[in-house]
Write a protein that binds this ligand. Structure first.
Ligand SMILES: Nc1nc2c(CCNCC3CCCCC3)c3[nH]c(NCCc4ccccc4)nc3cc2c(=O)[nH]1
Ligand SMILES: [Zn+2]
Length: 372
């Protein structure tokens, strides 16, 4: 039934799972392409389906500000509005307030902020952000949390936990398990302190959420620091529920997460980097604007079967990028999203056959070749 998470194979800590949502089953490990204001920039829903997307992210903060979550609700919800009939996960918007909105204030009741669009004042409370996500019709909703800034000391991080845990409890109170088929995930914080990560996992994972996210990572720390806290925190989350690593990440970071038992990932990298010409391929990163591709008749990635790689040369993709043609966004995004979705699909296949270690090693060779 909706909310059920079943594990079909394991390979070390890595697992092959299925999360049942109101809009279909998500096979995990899953990469979730990020939509912004009701679209994964430059892609239409068919492109997303062709790329193999199962579940995408909607954008609570932006949609609340424009066109408004209540307008989207009146239009039948985000699925109908954007014509995406698969699962949608929405973040609570707290993280975006801190990364996008200039003026904002943390209060015991929630986060006060000014719209980056027109400067109007708003307050996100644990209850308000659930109303917004319910209006959007989200299949998986996130609680309001404070993502502690990188470098915060132990005292600040501990104090922040009290707030984040109180907000998590208010969120669970406000949305009963399985209400209207909309799942609610808790978020574990604790910064870069292992004792606080344990404290947060203990508190959040006792509140009967349908899944749990690791928050507070990929906030400017080194890869080594992220991996250290990831390895410590992932096993603290109940194994029988989905684990979601927020905002991660680069291909190798996703594989590191899968190795530690993480099931769901979201990152703006494939879509954002497509627009600045940084493309991910089976031979490593390709910066398509480089002169070396001027007359390169090869496909972007010979090992990729996306529309872009089946039809166009690197020379043409470079030309479109240099000419700032809109088609550059679309073709580059079709490829990058496909690359991340294929990365996750390959990981599912590898875990199913007990070959994840070899799979991960292959990508490490591509994206972090051993010192020659
Ligand atoms: N609640 C919450 N969200 C977090 C997010 C947002 C996840 N993506 C939402 C998605 C919604 C729709 C619009 C886009 C965002 C994070 N993103 C990152 N790093 C990204 C670091 C990064 C990586 C590559 C490029 C830019 C930034 N760390 C995160 C930590 C948290 C957290 O503790 N709590
Ligand atoms: Zn491709």
């Amino acid at each position: 039934m909706i909310g059920d998470f079943s594990i079909h194979a394991t390979d070390g800590q890595a697992r092959l799972g299925e999360l049942h949502t109101a809009h279909g089953i998500v096979r995990t490990p899953a990469f979730m392409p990020v939509g912004t204001v009701g679209t994964v920039k430059s892609l239409c829903p068919q492109d997303l389906r062709d790329a193999g997307s199962q579940i995408i992210l909607g954008n609570t903060y932006h949609l609340y500000l424009r066109p408004g979550d209540e307008l989207v609700a009146r239009r039948g919800g985000l699925h109908r509005f954007m014509r995406w009939d698969g699962p949608i996960l929405t973040d609570s918007g707290g993280f975006q307030v801190f990364s996008l909105s200039g003026l904002r204030k943390l209060t015991p009741d929630g986060v006060e902020f000014r719209s980056h669009i027109d400067g109007s004042k708003h307050l996100f409370t644990p209850e308000k952000v659930l109303d917004i996500q319910r209006n959007l019709g989200s299949d998986v909703m996130m609680v309001l949390d404070e993502c502690v800034p990188y470098g915060a000391d132990h005292a600040y991080t501990l104090k922040s936990l009290d707030l984040t845990h109180a907000w998590a409890a208010r969120s669970r109170e406000n949305h009963a398990p399985g209400r209207n088929g909309q799942l609610l995930f808790g978020i574990v914080q604790g910064g870069f302190f292992k004792d606080l990560r344990e404290r947060s996992a203990e508190a959040v994972c006792s509140m009967d959420f349908e899944g749990h996210a690791i928050g507070g990572l990929s906030v400017g720390e080194s890869t080594a620091e992220m991996y250290d806290l990831l390895a410590h925190t992932a096993p603290l989350l109940p194994a029988h529920k989905p684990r979601y690593l927020m905002g991660v990440g680069k291909p190798l970071d996703i594989l590191e997460g899968i190795e530690h038992g993480v099931d769901m990932f979201d990152c703006v990298l494939p879509t954002r980097n497509a627009r600045n010409g940084t493309l991910y391929t089976s031979q490593g990163q390709v910066n398509i604007k480089r002169a070396q591709y001027r007359e390169d008749d090869e496909p972007l990635d010979p090992a990729c079967s996306c529309y872009t790689c089946r039809n166009f040369s690197r020379a043409y993709l470079r030309h479109l990028y240099v000419a700032k043609e809109l088609l550059s966004y679309r073709l580059n995004t079709i490829h990058n999203v496909r690359f991340f979705l294929d990365l996750a699909a390959g990981a599912r296949e590898a875990v199913a056959h007990g070959r994840f270690e070899v799979y991960k090693a292959r990508f490490r060779e591509i994206f972090q070749p051993a010192e020659a």
